[in-house]
Structures are given as C-alpha cells and as structure tokens.
Design a protein around this ligand. Structure first.
Ligand SMILES: [Mg+2]
Length: 251
C-alpha cells in the first residue's frame, strides 16, 4: 500500500473542516467534492499527480465517509487528531498503539466531568470520539468563555491533555497524540517520503500537518496564525481554495 507519482508530490494531506467542507452544519459542496474525486481517480490511473488524503480532528467515521467521497482507495487517512487511521485498501481502523487502557479511562472520566459541569448550559460532547473530547455550543462566544476554565479543570487534575479551540469546537486531545503522530504512522505504513508531500489546513491544529510536509498551503479563509506557515495562500475559500491549490501543485 503506497503511491508514487511522476510529478513533484506523491501525496496531499488535507484537513477537512474549513477546507473540504464548512466547519458549520452547512451543506457540503458535492460538485466540488466530485472534482477532488476526479483528481484522485486520475492520480491512481495515470500516477502523474499527488493523491489527496485526509487528516482531521473529526471522528474517524466522518473521515472514512469523506475519504470514500473523494475516491481515495489507497492511502490511509487520519481521524480524531491522530487517534485513528482508516486504511481504505483493507477497510481497517488502526488505533494509535501508544494509547493505553489508562488513557481511555482518563478520557472517560474527563467526559463525565465535563458533561456534569456543562451539559445543563447546553454544551454538547461531540459523539463518535474514542480517545478525545470535543465540546460544542450553539453560542461560540460562550464556548470561548469557558475554554480557560475547562483547561484548568482538566490540567489541574494532572491529566495529560492538550486543549485547543477550532472555529466552533473546544478540542481536548491526549498530549502525546496529534495530527503529526497520525501522519508519522501514515508515513510508516506507506513508505511515502515526507519530502514528496504537501499539506492543506486552515487553523492552528494544522500546524502539525505543516510541520510534517514539504509544502503547506491554506485556503483564503484560514486563520492568521496558520497562514504564517503557508508557502501559498489561495485567493479562494474552502474547497474552491483546495481545488486551486491542487492546480498550483500540479502546474
Ligand atoms: Mg480545519
């Protein structure tokens, strides 16, 4: 299971929210997504351009579905900020082997604590996560306002978490697991050379992608703090930006 193209890059590692679809509940642009699928079909048939795979904080089931929409049938995708890889060639889910039963128990305890503290305020724990917690609230300003207290509450117990904010979620991840460790496992499994990879992202959690690839790009909607790491910023937003970046990489 690997992939090699005759072009400059073998693989594009792309974030999902804010890149391939809105982070909100807004509809996904199906026609544009089908153009990424077409790109991947040509990549696999002609081996003349990089294959697009995914690296996201979303639950792995969401990432699997997106990988199937974009016709990546070959290279693993990263979900839950590195907790899981999904391997499309064999339909296998690989949990990061450094995540222990004790880690899972701490995540379970943290989930229960946060639910008891904040559920009555309307905070929702995103369903479908295994070794991480994501908090959502319809009022993003409210969610921002509780972020420091959430961090104090968890880290004060000595629990090994990293607490970060995307556009609409508070992400609580195990410190030693990230998009970067997920990508490292992807490289190990496939033998793909990091020097022949590109990445796309829109928020600070994608710094872990930028640190692992040879060329990093952002769509126009990317946050200021991640734009600094980009060699190219598309003038187009979200998936139109990704399509533009793919053209930029293959010209
Ligand atoms: Mg994003």
């Amino acid at each position: 299971m690997s992939f090699r193209s005759t072009g400059k890059y073998d693989l594009v590692i792309c974030d999902i929210d804010g890149c391939l679809c809105p982070e909100s509940q807004a509809p996904i642009n199906g026609p544009a997504l089908s153009r990424i699928a077409e790109h991947n079909r040509w990549a696999l048939q002609r081996e003349d351009r990089p294959l697009v795979t995914l690296c996201s904080g979303r639950p792995i089931g969401f990432v699997e579905a997106m990988a199937r929409f974009i016709h990546n049938t070959r290279i693993p995708c990263v979900g839950e900020n590195g907790v899981w890889l999904w391997r499309p060639d064999v339909n296998a889910f690989d949990l990061d082997p450094t995540i222990t039963a004790e880690h899972l128990e701490i995540v379970h305890e943290a989930s229960a604590l946060l639910r008891s503290r904040y559920a009555a305020e309307g905070v929702i724990l995103q369903p479908g996560k295994t070794a991480a917690v994501s908090l959502y609230h319809a009022d993003t300003d409210y969610l921002h306002s509780i972020t420091p207290a959430v961090e104090d509450e968890l880290l004060g117990r000595g629990w090994p978490f990293r607490v970060t904010m995307t556009w609409l979620y508070i992400n609580i991840d195990l410190q030693h697991v990230s998009k970067a460790t997920g990508i490292d496992r992807l490289f190990q499994q496939t033998g793909i050379d990091p020097a022949r990879t590109a990445g796309i992202g829109d928020t600070l959690s994608d710094q872990f992608i930028a640190d692992r690839v040879a060329f990093f790009a952002c769509p126009a909607n990317a946050k200021a703090e991640i734009r600094k790491s980009a060699s190219y910023i598309s003038p187009f937003e979200e998936i139109d930006g990704v399509l533009d970046i793919l053209r930029h990489l293959t010209d």
